[in-house]
Design a protein around this ligand. Sequence first.
Ligand code: GDP
Length: 425
Amino acid sequence: MVRAVVGCNWGDEGKGKITDMLAQEADIVIRFQGGSNAGHTIINDYGKFALHLLPSGSFNQNTTNIIGNGVALNIPKLFEEIEEIKKRGVPEPKILVSDRAQVLMPYHVLFDSYEEERLAGKSFGSTKSGIAPFYSDKFAKIGIQVNELFDEAILEDRVEKSLPLKNVMLEHLYHKPLLEKEDVLKTLHEYRDMVAPYVCDTGLYLHNAIKEGKSILLEGQLGSLKDPDFGIYPMVTSSSTIAAYGAIGAGIPPYEIKNITTVVKAYSSAVGGGAFVSEIFGEEADELRKRGGDAGEFGATTGRPRRMGWFDCVASRYGCRVQGATEVVLTVLDVLGYLKEIPVCVGYEIDGKVTKDFPATSLLEKAKPVIKVLPGWNCDIRGIKNYEELPKECRDYIEFIEKELEVPIKMVSNGPKRDEIIFRK
Ligand code: GDP
């Protein structure tokens, strides 16, 4: 059975915790898109970890963790993360890297920074991890696939094809030092030696695993609203964050993805620029950010303070729809326990008209939130294990959101730890 765990919102919904929890039962966990540009925070028996590229099944000895072909493979970062978790007592994780994944190069990181510098105040707020230049190269067919690292003639040819393009930009647009073929090849040789023990045809591996009835998890990064097609373009990421892309980025048939577990945060937060209709500011935002602690304060990769907002029914229903959510996990509900009343955004007013349907970005910029205020439960709900034991106002809040999402909320997360989860029947 293949299950995807994906984000409904702008990322940071708590997918890492949910994947780590579900991974205990999984034979295989796969990263299928993105790179080291966002983080998953995981708290388990080994401690607290911020993983960026390693799949969240890396703490389980029985789980095989796959870096799928859709990932931006930053080889040194992958190894840093493996070393870091081993240093902290986690046994060597089982890792496989797709021979069709492409290699994120140091020059991708440089181009990312140079472009942000060039755009100055009008930048995209990139994490400068090289993700946009990496995916641009992939689709311009000047990227380098992992399998090509093992054939010197092909590798040289690939480098010779891409360098003139890079150097024109470096010389005439960015006015920066040029790239030398020998240096680039040297880096690629180092990467080849590092990654060699892990490389395999992961598509074939998964084909066999599916035949054997293995339990497989696709681990998404970021969320629906950061998807290049369905998100708030251009303030999006450069690879698809949608469960459907799991089939491509892992290399499995689309009809095998039976379960799309969509992680929805009980309030809104976002890192980086772009329209954010239910955003709040000032003291109200500071308070929510502070209460959110790790869940609210800073992005796991960027360290940037998150923008805060109330729960947005319009964006979240859309986020679930584009994921094709079959079930929802509602996370960080405990954080709202300090509020006597909880505002939620139930509609967008655009040019004097109220809509409940999430619009394309040019209209989104004009949207003003229509707010409904729900009663808060005003107490701490951490430690509660049974749904019926949650305060009535809290259950009402969950059930209100469930109705708005039009997808069953099957799990409620009431704390950052693995076992702080309430299953609903
Ligand atoms: P991800 O990329 O979706 O995994 O999200 P992040 O890891 O960047 O951010 C989620 C943050 O929320 C992390 O610090 C988690 O430890 C924390 N978290 C996850 N679920 C809960 C929850 O139910 N309650 C609280 N208080 N924190 C949570």
